[in-house]
Design a protein around this ligand. Structure first.
Ligand code: NAD
Length: 378
């Protein structure tokens, strides 16, 4: 097949391109080499057989050109920083998805396009699913908490409390029925899901939305604030610095390896049972942030105590973990573990020749974002 990957110069897109080319497909990439992801321009890791088109997914003419002759599309290009330019999330993520379907219909491509796969996110599920062990020890009465606000976090009160008895809630895995997007990125990702599934059904364009958890592996941009814990912990250990662990380090996270994500992408491309559905793509094992850091220390053979002193990132989720039973039902289960992800990322980091610039940039960028705050009283 001829396959278009928007955002194909990025982390997930470039690995997907490599896998598709290995399987004999032709790949065209449409990417604007967004400055915050690629400050040094076109990355050297792009597959030489992939056709590269420089362009923005908001540009009607570029997208039209990029669609010509294509049989399938992975729509990965996205705005995913923490900055408060709220409208950009919708211009890049939502409008581009609508534009894609608009052009498929306008250009009479509905029967030619075999599949559109859009990257959604675990963020669509927001704070996820919980239950109160006191009020509902047995029944399935779930609680879906709202985002924790400054009044709570500034006192260092991290856990979600039962709205009825104020007992700390217990987290549960969240399946695809959980929808509670709490920030502009998440809302835009949910709109992408809806645009693709609803317009896909209406016009007979087989479409799938994948809610990735935190994806890890080589090529995660060093410059993208979104790449999170892996990059920050690895850079600190590399430079023998103490990392800051936000809150108390006991937040639950869901890390999934890039090879598993690529396999999920290929599976939904190939399987008609995936059509018009939304799937979680997660790592299958819950990790606390602290356990993740400890595992990294043992793998890279360095021991540096982290700073756990009540810093928090405003807007962070307390616990989130994806239930991946739906994707398992069409034959996908994660096969890699967190140790695999850490090893491959550490090797990738150690092969970079501009590491000083990276740390400098990371520090300045986090200060600029002002997402890190400190507890005022406990
Ligand atoms: N990496 C994760 O952990 C994760 C988790 C959940 C969802 N996702 C989603 O998966 C997709 C891919 O993520 P990634 O980690 O590969 O990100 P990435 O930043 O590495 O890649 C995104 C690519 O899109 C390009 N891009 C950005 N804006 C563009 C625009 N307006 N026009 C054209 N190209 C543009 C960038 O230049 C970059 O090459 C995104 O939609 C993201 O929201 C990623």
């Amino acid at each position: 097949m001829n396959i278009l990957i928007t955002g194909g110069a990025g982390f997930i897109g470039s690995h997907t391109a490599d896998a598709l080319i290995r399987k004999g497909h032709s790949v065209r990439i449409l990417d604007n080499l967004q400055e915050t992801v690629h400050p040094k321009g076109k990355p050297g890791y792009l597959h030489p057989d992939a056709e590269f088109m420089l362009g923005d997914v908001r540009d009607r003419n570029k997208v039209k050109q990029a669609l010509a002759g294509m049989d399938a599309i992975f729509h990965f290009a996205a705005y995913q920083d923490y900055l408060p330019d709220f409208s950009t999330y919708f211009h890049v993520n939502s409008v581009s998805t609508a534009l894609l379907y608009e052009l498929i219909v306008e250009q009479g491509l509905t029967s030619k396009i075999k599949k559109v796969i859009v990257a959604a996110s675990q963020a669509v599920m927001g704070e996820g699913r919980y239950k109160c062990p006191e009020c509902y020890p047995k029944e399935k009465n779930y609680v879906y908490p709202q985002i924790r606000l400054e009044a709570q976090l500034s006192k260092g009160q991290w856990e979600h409390l039962c709205p009825k008895c104020r007992h700390p809630l217990s987290w549960l895995p969240s399946d695809e029925t959980v929808i509670n997007p709490c920030n502009p990125y998440a809302i835009s990702k949910y709109s992408q899901e809806q645009i693709s599934i609803q317009l896909g059904k209406r016009y007979g364009i087989p479409s799938v939305a994948l809610r990735y958890s935190i994806v890890q592996g080589p090529r995660q941009s060093f410059y993208n604030a979104y790449s999170g814990a892996m990059r920050i912990f690895a850079l600190n250990l590399f430079f023998d610095k103490q990392p800051i662990i936000f809150e108390d380090g006991n937040q639950i996270r869901d890390y999934v390896n890039i090879d598993d994500v690529v396999n999920a992408n290929l599976r939904v491309l190939e399987q008609p049972e995936a059509d018009y559905r939304v799937f979680n793509v997660g790592g299958g094992k819950a990790w606390t942030v602290l356990d993740f850091y400890n595992t990294m220390q043992s793998i890279v053979k360095k021991t540096i105590d982290p700073v756990i002193s009540g810093y928090y990132r405003y807007g962070d989720t307390r616990h989130i973990f994806s239930d991946t039973a739906s994707l398992a039902s069409i034959g996908w289960v994660p096969a890699r573990c967190i140790e695999d992800s850490i090893q491959s990322y550490w090797a990738y980091l150690n092969h970079q020749d501009d590491i000083d610039d990276i740390l400098d940039y990371a520090t300045k960028h986090m200060k600029h974002l002002q997402v890190i705050r400190e507890v005022k009283s406990t």
